[in-house]
Ligand binder design. Structure first.
Ligand SMILES: [Zn+2]
Length: 201
């Protein structure tokens, strides 16, 4: 398995290829699909948002077997997401986790709206997502901001940072791997406008 630094570089390079429209993925997936039947060894784990505009493999120009992806609205880290990540880290020795937020995130916007103007969300399932994001973004709402855009941008960053922190706070498995130098966790944000992934490393 490659190092966390090498894994991060591969994702950065892949995003550059995506931006330059210079994909190196094969036009046929047959060979790689067949080769992977026996097993997988993904070099990175990505906890990203379900938003259809942020497809992980596309924006990093990665193919079959490259990245172990968990997508959930608002890139939140609840037990089922953390369990999925623990599985990959332990099973494959994957050295890098990226928590990937993005601009114009509907889940973050909905949470900001709920904080500023509390109301009945209706579905308890949707409420569970908002309640998970709320502690990270609510403190921002009490500060003065230049604009709604600044508040939203700060909230997206705070929500990514919260998920990064939760991965080790809520998982002894992941905390141990980080402590042993076997795992690195990095926050990042994808910009819908430019296609650029900015890493917070
Ligand atoms: Zn989103």
């Amino acid at each position: 398995m490659i190092s966390a630094a090498e894994a991060l570089q591969k994702l950065k390079d892949g995003n550059q290829r995506y931006l330059a429209n210079e994909s190196t993925l094969p036009s046929s997936h047959d060979q790689q699909r067949n080769a992977l039947v026996a097993g997988q060894a993904p070099y990175a784990i990505v906890l990203g948002c379900s938003d259809s505009r942020v497809p992980t493999e596309l924006i990093f120009d990665q193919g079959l077997g490259d990245v172990f992806v968990i997508r959930v609205a608002g890139n939140i880290a609840t037990p089922t997401q953390i369990g999925s990540i623990e599985y990959a880290a332990e099973q494959f020795g994957t050295p890098l986790i990226i928590v990937l937020g993005h601009s114009h995130c509907g889940a973050v916007k909905a949470t900001l709206a709920q904080v500023q103007n509390p109301g009945d969300i209706g579905s308890p399932n949707l409420a569970a997502i908002v309640e998970k994001i709320q502690p990270a973004v609510a403190p921002l709402c009490s500060h003065n901001h230049d604009s709604d855009e600044t508040l939203e941008q700060n909230a997206i960053r705070a929500n990514v940072d919260a998920s990064v922190a939760q991965l080790t706070a809520d998982s002894a498995v992941l905390a141990r791997r980080v402590e042993n130098g076997e795992l690195n966790i990095v926050g990042a944000q994808y910009f819908l406008e430019s296609g650029i992934v900015e890493f917070f490393d």
